[in-house]
Design a protein around this ligand. Structure first.
Ligand code: BES
Ligand code: MN
Ligand code: MN
Length: 466
């Protein structure tokens, strides 16, 4: 059944016919998967997360993947499946993705319900459509088409799909070092990022790391009547805002001492390369709807997003926020804060750094503590490996345009662990778009990207084999 190494196993026309015929069914199947609300950060969705894993394991088996297993962990199962019949004649491609999704709130802003996948125009709207079920399904569909028409793949393939990426990837991080033999491969493909535009593919060679945690400001030992105590004790909500306001200076720099200590200045070569990326302030404003750009002085938008560290206040709460009003001085105020990190920054050091600074500047009227929830370092991928060239050719074949190369702002914490534990390069080849509304209402997948993504997945396997 197998053709020679590097040969294109299926007749093009047969493969193309298969892909044409299978289109509607494959889209229906993706919609079935998207209907399962696999929100990993909300405990009430635990059974749904498990159902989404089962669904994937069944699908993997149905398309002819072998050794399919839903691996039990301390968290959601890790779904594994492989096809290894090329043996040592061809390289092994490890495909990573995640089947968990973000929460849907604010629900009222969705035009169609998040777990009722809906096609409008060229887009499929659903939570997880782009991040990441739709993108992992691209490769399931690619493998299905090759196995159905040729009975073989050009390379060995292993899938490892986790259900906890949006919640810190703890289980996969723990599993990875114990599974280096099972997951051994020559290269790891991650389709969990975006392109610049439908006709402009993007190979990402760096992603930022992340630190995320909570700040708590404590004042009085219990909530107080603001008529009886207002003006005489420091309101924790106010103190929190005063502290948060001092985390950046007027040039947009983070003021936490030592925050930039390990950050390498951008060299001319890198600045020139990033300047070539067709993205700028105008695009940013159009995509985001923000009234004006903001950021660290002296850096372009592309540099700020891909190559500079940040500190963001993700949420603030304290006191009374219900209907009407309540004249209260709360006992505590809270903020959720996260940082994006660049190479060489120690992700474990960030929490203590922020806590030290806040405690140093906090007035004696309140107490402040910082609790770390999650951290992971940044990743940089070597560009001078042949697999990157194979990915560029595959993208060009499917999308009719050469990819550009850039660093991106998001984080995939497990990527560093894969790169280090398995000692292989990572290919960040995404099929999303910047306006896919990731983590926001009306998440979508651009269907032309989905179909061309399947072609790119097939082309990548072929290019890696040759
Ligand atoms: N797919 C994203 C990461 C991403 C998005 C990379 C856009 C590049 C461009 C991933 O699912 C994600 O959301 N990661 C989180 C990690 C966090 C939960 C630790 C992130 O970046 O916020
Ligand atoms: Mn993702
Ligand atoms: Mn995400």
């Amino acid at each position: 059944m197998l053709s020679g190494p590097g040969g294109i196993p299926a007749l093009r026309s047969e493969l193309d016919t298969y892909l044409q015929t299978a289109r509607a069914r494959q889209l229906d199947e993706l919609c079935d998967w998207l209907r399962i609300p696999s929100v990993s950060t909300l405990s009430q969705h635990k059974p749904d997360v498990e159902r989404a894993a089962d669904w994937l394991a069944r699908k993997m088996t149905a398309i002819g993947l072998e050794n399919v297993e839903s691996i039990e962990t301390t968290g959601p199962p890790i779904v594994y499946g492989d096809w290894l019949h090329r043996g040592t004649d061809a390289p092994t491609l490890l495909i990573y993705g995640h089947y968990d999704v973000q929460p849907v709130d604010p629900l009222e802003l969705w035009i169609s319900p998040p777990f009722e996948p809906t096609v409008r125009g060229d887009d499929l709207f659903a939570r997880g459509a782009s991040d990441d079920k739709g993108q992992i399904f691209v490769h399931i569909a690619a493998v299905e088409a090759l196995l159905a028409t040729a009975g073989a793949l050009p390379v060995n393939v292993k899938f490892v799909v986790e259900g906890e990426e949006e919640d810190g990837s703890q289980a996969l991080m723990a599993y990875m070092p114990t599974a280096t033999a099972r997951l051994a491969a020559d290269v790891c493909l991650i389709s969990d990022t975006h392109m610049l535009a439908p006709d402009q593919p993007l190979i990402i060679y760096g992603l930022r790391g992340v630190w995320a945690g909570d700040i708590t400001v404590r004042g009085p030992s219990q909530d107080l009547h603001s008529g009886m105590y207002g003006g005489a004790v420091h309101n924790p909500n106010q103190a929190l805002c005063e502290l948060l306001a001092r985390l950046h200076d007027e040039t947009g720099r983070v003021t936490v001492p030592n925050f930039y200590d390990e950050v390498q200045p951008l060299n001319d070569r890198e600045r020139t390369a990033l300047a070539r990326v067709p993205y700028g302030e105008e695009k940013l404003l159009e995509e985001s709807g923000a009234p004006a750009a903001w950021g660290e002085r002296g850096f372009s938008v592309t540099e700020r997003i891909g190559a500079r560290p940040t500190l963001e206040i993700n949420g603030i709460w304290g006191g009374f926020i219900g209907d009407g009003f309540k004249t209260v001085i709360p006992a505590q105020a809270h903020a959720k804060v996260s940082c994006r990190l660049v190479p060489h920054q120690q992700s474990a050091a960030i929490g203590p750094m922020i806590e030290r600074y806040l405690q140093q500047i906090a007035p004696p009227t309140v107490q402040v503590t910082v609790h770390t929830r999650q951290h992971a370092p940044a990743i940089v991928v070597p560009l001078d490996v042949p697999e990157i060239q194979a990915a560029a050719r595959a993208y060009a074949r499917a999308f009719g345009a050469q990819p550009v190369f850039s660093r991106e702002g998001g984080s995939i914490p497990v990527a560093t662990v894969v790169q280090d534990a398995l000692g292989i390069p990572i290919l960040f080849m995404g099929f999303g778009l910047p306006d896919d509304n990731l983590h926001a209402p009306n998440e979508k997948l651009h269907l032309p990207n989905f179909y061309r993504g399947i072609q790119a997945g097939i082309a990548l396997m072929e290019e890696l084999a040759s």
